[in-house]
Design a protein around this ligand. Structure first.
Ligand SMILES: O=C(O)CCC(=O)C(=O)O
Length: 263
């Protein structure tokens, strides 16, 4: 389970590496079922504000976000407001995802990537990407989102665990190979509310793009500075995944403000 030297070299040189077959089909089925449960519960809460008071209901660039305390729910973009796009931090919503944080298949490589003997959670996002309506993610780096909340952004490696087979058709994850080496790049200046979080097109070398076409159960480890994103889901198949971000032990998680040590 530990990070091999080859994986470490790839991560340092290219900013990412993939472990295929990390989770079994049976485990992926449990994750998919938990994702369905999270979505059903949260849609129910959103539709019944009398029973489940919403902390904040707002729009950014026209897209709806709903907060229940520190949990943010992003609704899918325009055409599909009745399904979810992202839930963060999802470990505070469903115990299946909370348990996954401590899984040695993620924890052990992360101890060498952070690097730190003991770890804590930074954040965990559940991304749904529903068939036909799941929207893409524009090119961006994660570090600029976090730089105002954290003094150690270089120590926030991510891992994406795929619950479904992912390919170009259903909007698989993609990266700009080696782009993490440039540090924090300039953001867009196109008038969007979230413009600064998207990497300026002049700094995105699409010729170095790698589409990560990988089966369910794969784990994609990637650097907090790598430029990444994904296309929309134009297929009939869902592309569900979780992205978990680790940090050294003792630091509070991004949204809860509580320390969630990794066991
Ligand atoms: O789910 C994806 O395809 C990309 C998600 C992403 O880039 C992010 O959450 O930062």
């Amino acid at each position: 389970m530990v990070l091999t030297d080859t994986e470490k070299t790839k991560y340092q040189r290219r900013g990412f590496f993939v472990r295929y077959g990390t989770f079994s089909e049976k485990e992926c089925a449990v994750f998919r079922e938990a994702a369905q449960r999270v979505e059903a519960q949260l849609l129910e809460k959103i539709s019944d504000a009398a029973a489940w008071p919403i902390t904040k209901d707002y729009r950014l660039d026209g897209n709806r976000f709903v907060d229940f305390n520190h949990v943010t729910v992003q609704l899918e973009h325009s055409s599909a407001q009745d399904c979810l796009r992202v839930v963060e931090p999802v470990n505070d919503v469903d115990p299946v995802f909370d348990q996954l944080l401590d899984d040695p298949r993620l924890r052990e490589p992360m101890r060498r990537l952070v690097p730190s003997q003991h770890l804590a959670l930074w954040t965990a996002k559940l991304n749904f990407k529903h068939p036909k309506v799941g929207s893409g993610f524009g090119w961006h780096q994660d570090a600029p989102y976090w730089i105002h909340d954290c003094d150690h952004v270089q120590q926030l490696p991510n891992v994406m665990v795929l619950f479904d087979d992912a390919n170009a058709g259903n909007g698989c994850f993609r990266v700009i190979d080696g782009s993490h080496k440039a540090g924090c790049l300039p953001g867009c200046e196109d008038g969007r509310q979230l413009q600064g979080f998207y990497t300026h097109p002049d700094c995105v070398d699409e010729t170095a793009q790698v589409l990560i076409d990988a089966p369910a159960g794969s784990a994609i480890f990637f650097d907090p500075h790598i430029v990444h994103g994904s296309g929309p889901n134009e297929s009939d198949n869902p592309r569900r995944a979780i992205i978990i971000t680790y940090q050294p032990a003792g630091f509070a998680a991004l949204k809860s403000g509580q320390v969630r040590e990794i066991r």
